[in-house]
Design a protein around this ligand. Structure first.
Ligand code: FAD
Ligand code: DHB
Length: 402
């Protein structure tokens, strides 16, 4: 069978947020790319994932001209609630950070906006691309091969963006001895639901309860997104809708009374939780970005935001190389990204350990958590630290100026 041969400047594996934002940012700088994605367009445009965008991610999407719908439909939040011991405590992030906020806007809506923008400006995305493999990225002429609609393809390129998520092929293609992995697996997961029910509170509620953690978020003023801590291998079949609502109502209970609004559950799923980092994030002309390089537990709402931060640096580094042949930023890609990644790892681990129920023990962990929550909700310094991390550290950390 004849092979279709294509040529581009940057070949990108994965049409998640990392791959699509990278492709779009490169396009704005006059650099061509081709994206290949193993799933269908419909699948990636409806896959329910993250929802909380840091101020910096919102600014990036706006500056890149893909923020119109997010500005219209996204919900801007100035605070979150931490609920424990039957009482709610608001963290006023906006006031504590001098005017920074988060925006609740679903990840798949960002994906939709980016796909539309790429296709409108003539960008190429191959959906349902099978058997992707990357080659020769330790030299100057990397290649990506794949199958699409019964044909074999090869893309010759200058650089490869490995944006194919945690289960992708790019990270595994790097020789094992060149990478170091750091990993922590948590003894629990999250059962997440999307429900046709008005959120019971205007802002997100993170609840520490002796029966386990629960989080109330939302997608629109009519749709709630709610999570509860469960076993990592929890069978979804064991959770009929009534059981989910009953458990959620208990975990959000308050001394003054509180009820979540209930409604038809539109979607449910279980996610296991881990912290993971692969170092370095570059090998030759292959650059890993987003979940392909690192995973955080979702309690800090950082995964999507880290993916956006990685490709922001990567697009600058690549543009600088094409513009002036300057390799310096490219050579520092991994070091620059990993600084933010490890800050987010720490914050996500800290939020997770403060809010979840850990098995066994004599109750020491729970009493320690209550003391920590008491501190975070009564000390301005501690609340400010949470607010700064949650709304997102500035894009240019000291020593990282672009
Ligand atoms: P992905 O979104 O995983 O995209 C990778 C893409 O590559 C996929 O489309 C995949 O199909 C494709 N692919 C994989 N293998 C191949 C292959 N061999 N060939 C071609 N294509 C391939 N993050 C936040 O910031 N805030 C939140 O509130 C938040 N909440 C979350 C809640 C849940 C329940 C979950 C599961 C995650 C949450 N996250 C959150 C994390 C966030 O969703 C991820 O960090 C984000 O999707 C990472 O984007 P990515 O582009 O790196 O990877
Ligand atoms: C959502 C997900 C998170 O992981 C989080 O910490 C907050 C909100 C959400 O999906 O809305």
């Amino acid at each position: 069978m004849a092979q279709q041969r294509l040529r581009t400047q940057v070949g990108i594996v994965g049409a998640g947020p990392a791959g699509l934002i990278l492709s779009h940012l490169l396009h704005l700088q006059g650099i061509d790319s081709i994206v290949i994605e193993s799933h269908s367009r419909q699948h990636v445009e409806t896959r329910i994932r993250a929802g909380v965008l840091e101020q910096g991610t919102v600014d990036l999407l706006n500056e890149a001209g893909v923020g119109d719908r997010m500005r219209r439909e996204g919900l801007v939040h100035h605070g979150i609630e931490l609920r424990f011991n039957g009482c709610g405590h608001r963290i006023d992030m906006y006031e504590l950070t001098g005017g920074r906020a988060i925006t609740v806007y679903a990840q798949h809506e960002i994906v939709k906006d980016l796909i539309a923008a790429r296709l409108e400006s003539g960008g190429q995305i191959f959906f349902e691309a099978g058997q992707a493999a990357i080659h020769d990225f330790d030299g100057e002429s990397p290649r990506i091969t794949f199958r699409h609609a019964g044909e074999e393809y090869e893309i010759a390129c200058d650089f490869i963006g490995g944006c194919d998520g945690f289960h992708g092929v790019c990270r595994d293609a790097i020789p094992g001895e060149a990478l170091r992995f750091y990993e922590k697996v948590y003894p629990f997961g999250w059962l997440g639901i999307l429900a046709e029910a008005a959120p019971a509170s205007r802002e997100l509620i993170y609840s520490n309860h002796q029966r386990g953690f629960a989080l109330m978020s939302m997608r629109t003023p009519q749709i709630s997104r709610v999570y509860l801590q469960c076993r990592p291998d929890e069978e979804i079949a064991a959770w009929p809708d009534e059981r989910i609502w009953e458990e959620l109502q208990r975990r959000f209970e308050m001394s003054g009374g509180f009820r979540l609004n209930e409604g038809p559950i539109l979607q449910k799923g279980v996610t296991a939780m881990r912290s993971f980092v692969a170092e370095p994030m570059q090998f030759g002309r292959l650059f890993l970005a987003g979940d392909a390089a690192h995973i955080v537990p979702p309690t800090g709402a950082k995964g999507l935001n880290l993916a956006a931060a990685d490709v922001r640096i990567l697009s600058h580094a690549i543009a600088r190389w094409y513009g002036s042949g300057d390799m310096e930023l490219m050579a520092r890609y991994s070091e620059i990204c990993l600084r933010r990644v490890w800050r987010a790892q720490h914050f996500s681990w800290w939020m997770t350990s403060m809010l979840h129920r850990f098995e066994g023990g004599d109750g020491f962990e729970y009493r320690r958590q209550l003391a920590e929550l008491d501190h975070v909700t009564t000390s301005r310094a501690a609340a400010t630290s949470l607010a700064e991390n949650y709304t997102g550290l500035p894009f240019d950390l000291p020593g990282e100026r672009l």
